[in-house]
Structure formats: C-alpha cells, structure tokens
Design a binder for this molecule. Sequence first.
Ligand code: AOF
Ligand code: ZN
Length: 367
Amino acid sequence: MAVSAEDRRYMAAAIRLARWHEGRTGSNPSVATLIVREVEGRPVIVGRGVTAIGGRPHAEPQALADAGELARGATAYVTLEPCAHHGRTPPCADALVAAGVARVVAAATDPDDRVSGRGYAILRAAGIEVETGVLAEDARRDLAGYLMRRTANRVHVTLKLAVSANGKIGRRDGAQVPITGEVTRRQVHALRAQSDVILIGVGTAINDDPDLTCRLPGLAERSPVRLVLDTGLRLPPAARLVAGARTVPVWIATATAQDHPARAVLRDAGVEFIASEAHKERVALPELLEDLAARGLSTVLVEGGAETARAFLDEDMVDRIVLFEGEGRIEGEAVEAPLAPGRVPARFREAGVMTFGRDRMYEYERV
Ligand code: AOF
Ligand code: ZN
C-alpha cells in the first residue's frame, strides 16, 4: 500500500505530539507514536505515546499499552525508527511485532549505530508492512539536535539575535536599550526551554548581568545549563549567574590554567569548568561543541553578544538563526549587528517569518 494523505495527516499529528517533551527527555530524543485502526468503518486513534520525561519508557510501548488488544492489525505512526537494541528497555521494534501491528509508517531513520535500519528490518522480517520517510523533513527539523549529535558528534547550534529596525544590537556605551517587546520575551523563554544549553560570551555576562533562566509558567523546571564563554576568566563572582549556580547549573568554558586563582572562588559558588584542560589562547569552539555532545547534550542556544555571535558565524558553527527585529531604531553611537534581515550569509536559507507583538521573527537554516 502506498503512502496516503491520511498517513501524512497522522504523521503530522505524531510530530506535534513529540514536541510535548522536547528538551525534557535527557539525551534521548522526544519521539511519538500513534496507533490508528478502523473502528466501525472509520479510522480512530486508539493509542498514543511520547517518550517519557527523562527519556524512558520510549514512545512505542506506551502507545501499545494505551491501545491494548486494539493494536492487533492496526497501523503505528512513529516519528523515529523504532529501536532495535536492548538498552534500558527492550527493543520497540519487538514490542510492535508482539502486539500484532500490521503496518508501521515512520518519518526519520535513527542514526544510532544500534538501530539504523535494524528496527525496520525486524518489522519487515515479521511480515509487517513498513513505509519510511513520511514527513521526514519535518520530523528531522525537530530532531535536529539529536541527529547532529549522533551523526556529527557535536551539538546543534541556534543563534538568537535581536536587532533594531536599523540593524543595531545596542549602544556603544553598553547602556541597555529595549529592542523587542514582551511577546518576544516570552518566545525567547520558550526557545530557552527547548534548548539543553544557553551560551553567552563573558562580555554580555558582565555588561547585562543576565539570569538566563526560563521563567514561563510550567516551564520553570526546564531551565537549561547556562554556559559562559570566558577565555580569560573575567566573570565576576558577584554576577547573578554565579549566585544561582546551585539552583540551575552554570558552566564556564575557559582557556585559563587549572590553578588560575579565580577558579577556586567560582568553583566554591557551584560553577563547573569545562572544555580546555590545558592553557590555550582561546576556547576552541569545535572542541567545545563536541565536548557538550559527549556529555549527552544536543542543543545550544547562543544568546550573545555580538562578538560571540560573530565567532560562531566566522567558524561556521551556526546551524539555525532566530532573528528578532524590533520596530524601534537605535541612533547615535550604536553597535552594528553581525546579521540583519537581508544581511544573512548565503549558506542560510529563510525557513519562516512570524510576527510577535510588534516584532518580526525571521528563522534561517543552514542549507
Ligand atoms: C524509540 N522510541 O521513544 C525513543 C528512541 O538509552 P536507551 O536504551 O533509552 O536508548 C536510547 C536510544 O533510543 C536513542 O539513542 C535512540 O536511538 C532511541 N530513541 N527509540 O524506539 C523512543 N526516544
Ligand atoms: Zn525504543
């Protein structure tokens, strides 16, 4: 049987369901399963499951339990190839076989060495009809962090930037000027909640003294690791970030020696040091991104400032750009934005435009 419009509709619903636990499943991707069958002549969703918070159980056994006996002869829609390995849970492909599912429609193939086609092979060997690649591009966009970690051994990087209507990001004297409004602020907090790590340069940490937590109702427990890029270890121990280091983790990527005197003070406050063990000129971004992936993290949101944004762009370490443009202008001695709408490197393509209050949000993806 070929892939139908109905298949794509159920897959779209499964992809939406998978978003429920995005950013909350640890190193496991958040994926979803829908079990659909005909009941009294009409297709009905009889079971649904999304990877549990923390990463286990996987989506499939939950959806199958939900469907019970109705799973027999049904179609399962899975946003990621069902696993084939005995990890902390038995293989999901085996569970689908045991439940007597007749057909499996899948979006993305799992690049995990233990799966990667084996999940499909188990299903087919059991006589289950398998369709793959349905709405794969949509599913892959949501799984971008996981896929990047598995295929390139590094984290996926989103660069977030707010620019004024005349392409500036702030004043030269460092005085804070609002660029975007309240609706955008909430959207930024939602972006944070979807990320495993929020990264800023030490200049921004000193100048703005941000908190970088996620303060949205229901999402407060989803505050990601806060990471400061601080080559020379200039972060003041009195910074708000440091004060909250015992509640939400604060990591510093530094190129200073192990016995640098500032380390002890910050460490006592609960700050953790990552990246370079040896003394270097500066923190190497590719190594840093690999180090984060090796810790099971998948997504980083780079929040500024201009210098940090430029470093990531110059080293081609940005996968996605989220650019907010406010309606106001910053006149006088202003800092030029490294990017603005219409001023984005050719390797990025526009992936969407949305309006948040009075601000515009432009999204770009690396092609
Ligand atoms: C599925 N369904 O809902 C998810 C899957 O550490 P483990 O044993 O939980 O395995 C983690 C791997 O499971 C992960 O790398 C990915 O291949 C797969 N994720 N698979 O069948 C799910 N989240
Ligand atoms: Zn599984």
